[in-house]
Design a protein around this ligand. Structure first.
Ligand code: 5BU
Length: 265
């Protein structure tokens, strides 16, 4: 039962998308969101087929795919749905509300297939309404993850900014939660304190091989991130660049699920 596995997160976090995520995580025993940063549709499809059973969420950057076609994408999303995955476009919207609203359409038409998107709150809180209205406009339901922290070296999301994002985001029903810095469990524990129990924290910057990544990326330990209050580990190269994506995905799933059991026990 999700309420037993998730403890207070289940009872305090009643956002529909959060509940869907927590249910999938329980069905598959994984808190892994795969950052599927492959450049071709074929590469992406192969990943979904290989590691779909061991992940709960498929995170995309739709604009980095070189051979993207609309028909191909519709098919890919339907395969992802059949694999019991939420689809999360990590678009990091940042413009004013009315433009972000329009950017949910356009060629990629994110509003028609993404369950979740990321946004900065730099332009003010109306961006969340712009994004939520876009989903509503096409009869869909979705939720926003606000960037409260980032994993990259030297980023400008400092404590005061983080706290303002949390205080505005905590009040908005369209906000399912926040992105936190998975590479630093101390910062993450502080973020969890500020957020309280009622919203999710999802964390990129985790890898079983901790340390520096490419071009300023930093990595922390997935178990520590979850014990510090992360509800979902976002793993990219740790899975898709490993010699065996399947074995790695299974390992991240095991570590993440065990960490949740340890946290909630
Ligand atoms: P990696 O290969 O595990 O480093 O991939 C990390 C993914 O998470 C990648 O898709 C980034 O766009 C995403 N990410 C991140 O790394 N750090 C952040 O602060 C945010 C997103 Br927000």
């Amino acid at each position: 039962m999700p309420e037993d596995s998730w403890g207070e997160r289940w009872s305090l976090c009643d956002n529909n998308m959060a509940r869907k995520y927590m249910e999938i995580a329980c069905r598959k025993k994984t808190l892994v969101c795969l950052a599927a940063d492959r450049k071709t549709m074929g590469g992406l499809l192969e990943l979904i087929e290989d590691v779909g059973p061991y992940i709960a969420v498929l995170k995309t950057h739709v604009d980095l795919i070189e051979d993207w076609t609309q028909e191909g994408w519709v098919e890919l999303c339907s395969i992802a749905k059949s694999a019991d995955l939420l689809i999360f476009e990590d678009r990091k919207f940042a413009d004013i509300g009315k433009i972000s609203n329009k950017q949910m359409g356009g060629i990629y038409d994110v509003q028609s297939w993404a369950d979740l998107v990321t946004a900065h709150l730099i332009s003010g809180p109306d961006i969340v309404d712009g994004l939520c209205n876009a989903w509503k406009g096409v009869g869909n339901e979705g939720a926003v993850l606000l960037l409260a922290q980032m994993s990259s070296r030297g980023n400008l999301l400092l404590e005061d900014y983080t706290n303002s994002v949390v205080s505005l985001g905590n009040k908005h029903p369209g906000v399912v939660g926040f992105i936190g810095n998975g590479s630093n469990s101390k910062d993450l524990a502080v973020l969890r304190e500020v957020v309280g129990g009622g919203k999710m924290i999802w964390t990129p910057g985790v890898n079983l091989a901790i340390g520096e990544g490419e071009l300023g990326q930093r990595y922390g330990d997935p178990r520590e991130a979850i014990l510090a209050g992360s509800d979902c580990i976002i793993v990219g190269s740790g899975i898709h660049q490993s010699d065996s994506p399947v074995n790695s995905a299974m390992e991240y799933a095991r570590v993440s699920w065990d960490a949740l059991c340890e946290r909630v026990s």
